[in-house]
Each structure stands twice: as C-alpha cells, then as structure tokens.
Ligand binder design. Sequence first.
Ligand SMILES: C[S@@+](CC[C@H](N)C(=O)[O-])C[C@H]1O[C@@H](n2cnc3c(N)ncnc32)[C@H](O)[C@@H]1O
Length: 295
Amino acid sequence: MWRRSLRAGYRCFGRRSVGPKGFWGSHAVRACSAPAFPAGRITALQAVDLWKRHFEEKGVTEPHHSSQYIIAHLLGAKTIEILEQKKLTEFLSQEKIEQMWKLCTRRLSRMPVQYVIEEWDFRDLTLKMRPPVFIPRPETEELVELVLTDLQMKQTDGDVQHTCLEVGCGSGAISLSLLYSLPQLTVIALDQSQDAVDLTRENALRFEDHTALDGGKDGLKVIKQILTLAPQILSNYGRVYLEVDPKHPPLIRQWVEVNVEELHYVETRHDITGRPRFCILQKKKSNKDHELDLD
Ligand SMILES: C[S@@+](CC[C@H](N)C(=O)[O-])C[C@H]1O[C@@H](n2cnc3c(N)ncnc32)[C@H](O)[C@@H]1O
C-alpha cells in the first residue's frame, strides 16, 4: 500500500503532501520543544495520538498524518492502516521510543515529513528524499502521465527509439518514473546541483527488487501461471482478481479466451486515475457438473 494523498481530491493511492513544498534547510529549523519523554510504556497507537496532539498544539501542519507517517515508518510500514492491530497495541521498545522522539522532534522543527522519514512515493516508486533536494510535487505525477501517454502513442508509430532530456531532475522522480513505465526509453537527467545528481543516481540504483516486477518478455509470465492453475483451485463461479499493468487487460482477455476455457473474463475495472488496472475473471461451471445436474 502506498502512502495516501492528504489533500482532498488528489488520488487515493500514493503520495501526499506533508509540510511545506520546496527547499528546506537548516536555516528553516525552528526552536521547538518535544513533549516529555514517557516515563512508562507506550504503544504505537498511543504515540500517534500523543504526537498528533503535540503537533496540533505547536501549529505543525497536517498533524495527524505527520504523526501517523512517522510512526508507521518506524514500524517498517508506509501507513498505519497496513499494520497489524497487534503491532499497534503492543508496547514500543525503548529504542523505538528514542527514534520516534528524534524523528518527531524534527517534524516539530517544521522539517517536511518526507525529509524526516527520508523517503516518499512518486507514482509507482518510493524515492529517497534528502534536503536540500526538492521534494516532488503530487501534480508532477500528472506531467509524467502526460509525457507517457504521448510517448506511448508515438510508439505505435513504429520502432523509433525515443530519448528524453530532463533539465533540473531533483530527486529523479520524473526521469525514473518515465523509465519505470517505459524501460526501452533513453533518459538523460541533469541538474545544476550536485546533491540532486547524487540523489537521482541513488534513486536509480534503489529500484525495487526487479524480480518483484519482472513479468517476463510480455509481462504476463506470472499472470499466465496463475490463470492456468486457477481453475484447479476455484470452485464454480469462484473469481480471480488481478492488478496489472494498464496495457495488459486486453492481452489477458485474449490469452484466456484461447488458452483457459474454464475461465470467463468478466470485466476490466479502472483505477482512481482512470487507468485500466483490474481484471476480474470467473470460473465457469464445469461440463462435468452440468452432467451431474442432469443425473
Ligand atoms: C523545482 S526543482 C524540480 C525537481 C524535479 N524535476 C521534480 O519535479 O521533483 C528544480 C530543479 O532544477 C534545478 N535547476 C535549477 N536551475 C537549473 C539549471 N540552470 N540547470 C540545471 N538544473 C537547474 C534545481 O537544482 C532543482 O533541482
């Protein structure tokens, strides 16, 4: 699960904006006082509430999400919602409490939460964030979408090899997202800031585990295996729900019609950004069962 947008109307998945956008440096640090270190034990949920209230009192923007994102991060998750209840209600170790106080005190000094937790989501990527490099804006995802749509249209024109030049790459969000969606693209990213160039390079090397995304030549390797096996484990009318690359639904439909006669392709659903992302398939009633019905 990605971090969610905080601003009303901005997509369900992914990114949000916590704290000021743009450059943030040590000059921006404000004097701040953290709440007293807890004498007794404290759970993650209690900590979220305690820091939310403290951020509120001190006028930190988006206090609840700030508190949630920091504490989720400490517990190794992107959001509080994906953590098991047990993890939220058990007492935190002393080490975790100390880390939490350190990170929350940074937020109290108005450091954007992206810098506090040192990473943020941009489209499908989780990128490392570090001052003074610019934190990508959520709106920039729309620019990437626009460029991708254009490039994808051009690709149908023929086998032309496209090259993009990004001037002012910051964390590398735009270039890396383009490459992520169109690996055959050549991208040159430059920035006048050495910090930005270094961070872009780090982010390029930090991609998620490629095997987690490797679907083989046509991107459907794992999906085909799932759909081949599905009829064996589904009961009649049992369903398969897939989240796939937006290019895949028509290919999956076609492949299933030819190769898995026990499955019926029910429909394709769109995600909140309007991209065809979800495939629903259903096991047909087997002929054997029809025969049994007749008996
Ligand atoms: C507003 S940030 C945008 C960063 C990134 N494109 C993004 O959307 O997250 C602008 C970037 O342009 C860089 N920049 C500014 N002037 C530049 C120039 N003349 N040549 C190259 N990079 C420049 C800055 O260092 C900064 O990283």
